[in-house]
Design a binder for this molecule. Sequence first.
Ligand code: SF4
Ligand code: SF4
Length: 404
Amino acid sequence: MSKNFVNREDVEKLVAMNKAFKLLRERQKENIKRYPEIESIAKKIRSVRERSIGNRELLSESIENFEKKGFDVYLTKNKDDAIKVVTELLEGERVVVKSKSNVAKEIGLREELENRGVEVVETDIGDRIIQILNEDASHPTGPAAHLSVKMIAEKLSNHFKTEIVPSAEKIVEVLREDIKKRVEKAAVGITGANAITREGAIVVIHNEGNIYEVMHRPKKWIILTGIDKVYPSLEDAVAAAKVQSFFATGEILPSFIEIISGHAKTADIEKKLIKSGSPENIALILLDNGRGEISASEFKEILYCIGCGNCVANCPAHSVYGSRFAGGRFALVDAIKGDKDILRLCLSCKKCKKNCPMEIDIPRMISSLREGSELYNFLISHAMWLNEKLKVELLRMAFRFSVS
Ligand code: SF4
Ligand code: SF4
């Protein structure tokens, strides 16, 4: 929490991030007129989550159905357990391709595999930018939101040793080409999952088309997700995907919703079921990592989260402190994991709760975790925030960055 903004790059990142979040809010505001039903769908999903989180019977039934369909299922207790399973499943493969997964991020999977000499290639454009530029993500579904096109072009030009013009189209073209070559070399792909269902289906949503390639690597598809992702039905999971898409991107539907409930197979010859196509194996790793304990505590509500990131995009503390205060639910999770000190930066403004489709009372949990009186915290956090905002504003003017 001690790092201060002192340079042009920090301010440029903040300006770019706030610009991206402003655009997201505008798109949501415009599209809510066309899809007013999203609010009632979100309320329904909240009640589904209330019944599903911590429901061991539902989870067991789901696992049983996955196993019947030929998935290898691994229930893992913690980070070390999950990393051990992934490492064993790789069976010595030295290159893996991967798509966005908050659970992989939670256990530091990429770094852990890289430390073991495995080349891990991120295939989402935002994640690949973050990986190459060695940056922290600023939003769960828009990790590179804090980087301007100019900044990305400059750094990628150094990385690829060729000049890349500062155009979003050109950057995407260069990265796509590079990712494509690497995907073709990989026998194993790792993805997350937005939902797993009681019937034994995986639901994955994406916009870039990359997940399709990752899950169809010839040897193995490894799905890494949390035990909290379980839904009682496929219909509920798809409804949750719509809510997540709207609050993450402003669009009611993502470009792709993948629903997978088994291996590629055919029964065209004498009605015998024959497994065909890729991948040869599908492994589903379900991570607990404290979720079981949280689901029985006063923090249970945090597990209703569908990972849209709207609390982050509307958090005034994150908009000024950037990566020093992850914002909304993510700042709270950081604090639960150990760094409670960061909660001093929360302004108790309740904007995270107001903008959360699951109506998760993040401010209540922050104040229950934070030490000191509410009035004291309110005054201190606002004094620090005003001071920081003024500093950032002065630097922005000095560097002549435009906010609009
Ligand atoms: S209450 Fe705290 S975490 Fe929530 S939006 Fe306000 S500053 Fe951010
Ligand atoms: S806490 Fe709410 S707003 Fe934040 S990511 Fe989760 S569902 Fe979205």
